[in-house]
Design a binder for this molecule. Structure first.
Ligand code: GDP
Ligand code: MG
Length: 420
């Protein structure tokens, strides 16, 4: 991948093949999501300084690793990300290549968390052992996972190097109590120190057990959700040297091959009509965590080079779009009807606020797939609402979206809705 797209340098270059499963991190800010990702993959996925240097906000980051199992060493020490067993030096068996989707934990980045959560096959919920349980974003992220139907969850009880055994035990009981009536009730809780790289083998073992690779149909019509988009050209390049726009995201089904035509939706805004029109473009390059490829399938971050004018893909403008086999993409919606499912209380800050009914004319934020749009309520009848979207989205009916409302100056998750 071009230097502008990925922060993963050395480890991914050694990746034996394209990742086949996406595991997302979630949890409160500073509890160690990025550190755990690094402890497993060797990659600092968020690359805060890099992102800040380039003046872009912190987005969903990907980092890849290959899981190996040594045939000789007993579990869990047999699990590692190294081909030669770190314990006995024997050659390990490649289990699979895994991609970690590192979601930002900060409350203002919930949109990115939701986009990441939508793409995950399994979740790693990181909870710091030296803090009260639960912190606001721990609660919010778990609620978001539950809402999106994520059932494959492993809990990493991180920073155990900072607490005594007794404190770790007490914290563990608090975690058990907190997740008791949630989708994470039976999730294994693995005590680790991301910083000291303690118990990472047991964490890999838990991920192997809890998060299987989903069944995929390579003949299905291709569909990819865009989470990043770029102009990879250096400023001042000659027009003849320009590369087309690059779209980064996760394929959820099918395959994309070099030279394929792909359609992009909602597409480009037609200034005269004010409507978005889908665009068909050619695939000119493909890249995964394992390097350049002739074809790509679901798993990990896929970068699709196109013949689109890079001005359209510059600066993440295409985030929230879909690409895939022409003619097979979901419809574009400007006005939608949702079956509501509201929480009793809004989560995401220390105090829990009762969720009031949705009102006519109210401004909400709707996250569908990897898109995020402001939505104005045009009809509110009990459990069914209609909204006008500021930015149209292309998604399939039946998809569940996350609904947020501004409460005390901040967007807070208040529930979800299923697109009718
Ligand atoms: P994130 O916001 O959840 O991604 O958290 P980070 O991975 O950025 O970590 C937040 C801070 O906690 C950093 O200063 C890390 O060095 C520190 N940290 C992360 N894991 C551990 C750990 O296991 N032990 C200790 N002592 N510090 C940790
Ligand atoms: Mg982080």
């Amino acid at each position: 991948m071009s230097g502008q797209i990925t922060q993963q340098a050395e480890p991914s270059a050694l990746l034996p093949r394209q990742p086949e499963v996406d595991i997302g991190t979630s949890g409160h800010v500073d509890h160690g999501k990025t550190s755990v990702t690094r402890a497993i993959t060797g990659v600092w996925a968020s690359a805060h300084s890099e992102e800040l240097k380039r003046g872009i906000t912190i987005k969903v980051g990907y980092a890849d690793a290959a899981f190996y199992k040594c045939p000789r060493t007993p579990a869990p020490a047999c699990y590692s990300t190294s081909k030669t067993c770190p314990v006995c030096g024997a050659e390990g068996k490649l289990l699979r290549a895994v991609s970690f989707v590192d979601c930002p934990g900060h409350e203002s980045l919930m949109t990115n968390m939701l986009a990441g959560a939508f793409l995950m096959d399994g979740a790693l919920l990181v909870i710091a052992a030296n803090e009260q349980v639960p912190k606001p974003q721990t609660r919010e992220h778990l609620q978001a996972l539950q809402m999106l139907g994520m059932k494959k969850i492993v809990i990493a009880q991180n920073k155990i190097d900072l607490v005594t055994n007794e404190e770790a035990e007490k914290n563990r009981r608090d975690i058990e109590k907190f997740v008791e009536k949630t989708v994470a009730a039976s999730a294994p809780i693995v005590p680790i120190s991301a910083q000291q790289k303690l118990n990472i083998d047991a964490l890999i073992e838990a991920l192997e057990e809890v998060v299987p690779t989903p069944a995929r149909d390579p003949r299905a019509d291709s569909l990819m959700y865009v989470v990043r988009s770029f102009d990879v050209n250096r400023p001042g390049s000659e027009v003849s040297d320009l590369s087309g726009g690059v779209l980064g995201g996760s394929l959820v089904r099918g395959e994309i091959r070099m030279g394929d035509d792909v359609e992009l939706k909602p597409g480009m805004l037609d200034d005269r009509t004010g409507k978005y029109v889908p665009v068909v473009t050619k695939v000119t390059s493909l890249q995964t965590g394992a390097g350049r490829a002739d074809g790509v399938s679901p798993g990990g971050l896929v970068a699709v080079g196109t013949s689109l004018d890079p001005a359209f893909t510059k600066g993440d403008q295409m985030v929230g779009s879909v690409i895939g086999k022409p003619g097979s993409l979901p419809p574009t919606w400007e006005h939608i009807t949702l079956d509501l499912d509201l929480f009793e209380t809004a989560v995401g800050s220390a105090e829990l606020v009762k969720v009031d009914k949705v009102k006519l004319g109210e401004n909400l934020r709707l996250n569908l797939g990897t898109s995020s749009s402001q939505a104005v309520v045009t009809s509110a009848r009990g459990e069914v609402i209609e909204v006008d979207l500021k930015k149209p989205v292309a998604v399939e009916p039946g998809m569940r979206g996350a609904i947020s409302r501004r409460i005390a100056e901040r967007w807070r998750l208040i529930g979800s809705g299923v697109l009718k």
